[in-house]
Unconditional design. Structure first.
Length: 190
């Protein structure tokens, strides 16, 4: 006996297809946002790692030479060396895109605090994070020997010529905004 049941080929309705398309669009949008956030966080983590690596190389340089290099000796992407000693290959460059959050589109800025024409007694490395990372705040920060300082808005310091008011080592009187204290010639949060 033959099976007399009717065969029906029922497809999806337009409403069912529309619901599936809307759900897939929402999921892909969420994945895209999460992916971009993760990429920004990875760039900030790389920036912190780069700065700590630069601080280590500068500490070794200081140990060997008793001074820090002048700014002309440090170039992003180039080998940081003196004589036959290589300290860092290459000197890190700020990952792209650089303008995360309120950060400017610029590379790390190394500044030497000069003691004379051929030597530097301190340094600062200006960098910017798009979001708070670990204990380093979002925005512009400065690496100095043995520390990383988040720049305080409206910080007023009388510094050596050529350095930003919140970076480097300052030799004169410093005054900080309310809620901040001058420590090691820098304004840090109480």
């Amino acid at each position: 006996m033959k099976n007399l049941a009717k065969k029906t080929n029922r497809g999806f309705t337009i409403l069912e297809l529309a619901v599936v398309i809307v759900i897939m669009t929402m999921l892909s949008s969420l994945m895209f946002v999460s992916f971009n956030t993760a990429r920004k966080n990875n760039r900030d983590s790389k920036r912190v790692s780069d700065v700590k690596e630069m601080q280590g190389a500068l500490a070794m340089y200081y140990r060997d030479w008793g001074t820090y290099p002048l700014a002309s000796a440090v170039t992003a992407g180039a080998t940081f060396a003196s004589g036959t000693i290589t300290y860092l290959t290459p000197w890190p460059a700020n990952p792209s895109p650089r303008a995360d959050g309120n950060c400017p589109n610029e590379d790390y800025v190394y500044s030497a605090v000069t003691l004379g024409s051929n030597s530097a007694g301190s340094y600062s490395i200006k960098f910017c994070l798009g979001a708070t990372n670990s204990d380093i705040g979002a925005g512009t920060s400065y690496a100095i020997p043995d520390d990383i300082l988040t720049c305080v808005p409206n910080c007023v310091l009388s510094c050596l010529p050529g350095l930003d008011g919140c970076g480097g080592t300052c030799t004169n009187v410093a005054s900080c905004s309310a809620g901040y204290t001058c420590t090691s010639s820098h304004c840090v949060k109480d």
